[in-house]
Design a protein around this ligand. Structure first.
Ligand code: 3PY
Ligand code: MG
Length: 258
């Protein structure tokens, strides 16, 4: 088993950002900051399929496991990023056990699933297909997102699907779907997150969540959540630039005019 999957299954504390900037330089900068993993976001950013392979390659240079959030449930998209060498997939908007099972089928080779065999980068472009086949089911991480009212209602059945490693909570979509947005919805949203986390943990799954900042990581790790997607490269860039600009303007003085 890969160290990354083992860490996920052990419920080790893992923290990494989404990668939304479609350039290998951004991946290298991110990787050199020392995350436990990173997740290329194909769902919500404009990254082409070909570019995804280059981004995974850049993460591999720094030995940082690169997952990819695929844009939907399509078997072809899951196969494409795994063939490109992704360490795992994050499948959004999984709302039923049937959808969770389909994600397992697309991610795992037989006898667990029905992923197709191909000469992609992951299999050394065809030269090491048997080696890759021997380890892929053991090494690849499958995370599915529970982030809808239906997903919340069906969490017990979803979490029971064998082959899923991580139940990943998307608080943004969940808050919209269950009508718990903003400060007024906080109690309702927190209750829903606790329900998902407790049920998934009791079923033996690892639980992950997106957090836009590290402020409440202690609270959620006390609830048993161990896999944290922390903001994104674009969010960190914007926030740290805004804070640097504010600090410079605060400290600077107006030059005396000649
Ligand atoms: C959400 O909050 O909806 C997400 O998908 C975050 O990853
Ligand atoms: Mg979402």
């Amino acid at each position: 088993m890969s160290n990354f999957r083992q860490q996920c299954l052990n419920r080790d504390l893992l923290v990494g950002p989404f990668a939304a900037i479609p350039h290998p330089v951004a991946i290298e900068v991110t990787a050199q900051a020392g995350p436990d993993f990173l997740c290329i976001d194909w769902e919500h950013s404009q990254i082409s399929r070909e570019r995804i392979e280059d981004l995974i390659r850049a993460a591999d240079v720094h030995r940082v496991p690169a997952m990819v959030r695929v844009p939907g449930h399509g078997q072809e998209q899951i196969a494409a990023v795994l063939d490109a060498g992704a360490a795992g997939v994050l499948v959004p908007r999984v709302s039923s056990a049937k959808e969770a099972k389909a994600a397992v089928m697309a991610t795992r080779y037989p006898p667990i699933g029905n992923r197709g065999v191909g000469p992609g980068r992951a299999a050394a472009y065809g030269y090491r297909i048997p080696d890759y086949l021997a380890k892929a089911n053991e090494e690849l991480v499958l995370a599915i997102q529970v982030e809808t009212a239906d997903g919340l209602a069906n969490i017990a059945e979803i979490a029971a699907v064998e082959g899923v490693d991580i139940i990943f909570i998307g608080p943004g979509d969940l808050s919209v779907s269950i009508d718990a947005m903003g400060p007024a919805g906080k109690t309702k949203l927190d209750e829903a997150i606790h329900t998902i986390a407790r049920t998934a943990l009791d079923t033996g799954r690892t639980v992950g969540i997106f957090r836009p900042s590290p402020d409440d990581i202690a609270e959620w790790s006390n609830a048993g959540i161990s896999f944290f997607m922390l903001a994104s490269d674009t969010m960190f860039l914007g926030a740290s630039l805004a804070s640097g600009l504010a600090q410079a303007r605060h400290l600077g003085t107006k030059p005396i005019s000649a």
